[in-house]
Design a protein around this ligand. Structure first.
Ligand SMILES: [Zn+2]
Length: 354
């Protein structure tokens, strides 16, 4: 594959916006099955290990106190209590910290996608985008690093919108960074250093260490890095004060906003504009409202029926109807994998390989 992505000298003409549904092909958990996946991972962890103990405590607390909440709501609730300092009234042994939940989230995602054997659909997607809109950028709400990992991922290779590489924190001499991926909710391979007040990104191998029980230390000051994954339900931008792990996300959100405002074509893949993430919905809506270049919006999702289909399309229409350029809108509800397999660019590529 020859990446032909933007070099940021010009604004990409296409945006590919990925939501949780885009990673399901690789076994990534969804919000609705996250707890079951967490239980599966828990059952496979070695007995009498600190990892298993954290999983056990978090699963019990989640079930006892937040049974009707999905993982994002649960994480956001605990983070909010920590911010308000209510958690400190509990004894240490009872207290579930946001760090504990982050650890469980990271491990559940990592172990769920560790063994995928299927075709690599993000590779397909890149071929399709290069065929249709060679200048494009990815914006994603996903924490997993499937998109990066399925390409030729190495340090310095991905342009994360200003996040420096762990092995090259000054960012002065980073090699080719053809692919731009703006991760609005952070990423499994991003480690936040409280001392430096910075997020560094790692390659896949170091990501495994960063998200492990032992963790990874900052290359500059040796402080233990916190995985920088942000719960969508909380008010991300409001928390972006100095030395917060939210602060390095501000330029990423700004850049994503600019791209949404200027692009000519957008693919939304596996993104349902969930009500739990009202901030992202308003963000997308505000950016697109100002877009006078947009010609086409393509929305790829799983098959939906009846009310759920009407509701889904209505959520998109409420945003798209405000766009001044009056773009063409196409809903494709055959699923991401099916869309990739049927696309002419993929057929051409497979024929050329015969
Ligand atoms: Zn540091």
């Amino acid at each position: 594959m020859t990446p032909t992505m933007n070099n940021h000298a010009t604004t990409p003409k296409g945006v590919c916006f990925l939501g949780a549904g885009a990673s399901v092909w690789a076994g990534a958990p969804t919000f609705s099955n996250f707890r079951r996946r967490t239980e599966e991972v828990y059952n496979k962890l070695p007995d009498i290990s600190p990892e298993k103990e954290i999983f056990k405590r978090v699963l019990k607390h989640w079930e006892d106190d937040y049974n009707t909440s999905n993982i994002e709501e649960y994480y956001a609730a605990i983070e909010m209590l920590e911010t308000l300092k209510f958690n400190s009234i509990k004894t240490d042994s009872d207290c579930i910290t946001a760090d504990n939940i982050v650890y469980v989230i990271c491990t559940t995602i990592q172990k769920s996608i560790a063994n995928y054997r299927k075709q690599n659909f993000y590779n397909h997607l890149t071929v399709i985008l290069e065929d249709e809109i060679p200048d494009f950028i990815f914006i994603t709400t996903n924490w997993d690093i499937l998109l990066e990992s399925t390409m030729d991922f190495r340090d310095g290779w991905v342009n994360y919108g200003g996040i420096p590489a762990y092995d090259n924190p000054s960012g002065q001499t980073e090699p080719n960074r053809e692919y731009s991926i703006l991760k609005l909710h952070g990423s499994l391979n991003w480690g936040f250093c409280k001392e430096c007040g910075k997020i560094y990104y790692t390659d896949k191998t170091k990501c495994d260490i960063l998200t492990s029980y032992e963790g990874l230390r900052c290359g500059k000051c040796q402080t233990k890095l916190e995985p920088a994954i942000i719960p969508p339900t909380s008010s991300k931008l409001a928390k972006a004060g100095a030395n917060s792990k939210y602060a390095p996300l501000l330029p990423i959100w700004r850049s994503a906003f600019e791209h949404l405002k200027l692009c000519e074509k957008i693919y939304f893949i596996g993104y349902s504009l969930p009500e739990t993430d009202i901030e992202t919905k308003i963000f997308i809506s505000n950016a697109l409202k100002e877009n006078s270049n947009l010609k086409e919006v393509v929305i790829i999702s799983d098959q939906k029926y009846g009310y759920s289909r009407v509701d889904f399309e209505e959520r998109y229409h409420s945003i798209i109807s405000r766009i001044i350029s009056n773009p063409k809108v196409k809903f494709i509800d055959e699923g991401f994998e099916e869309f990739c397999q049927k696309h002419p660019a993929i057929h051409r590529r497979s024929l050329s390989h015969l």
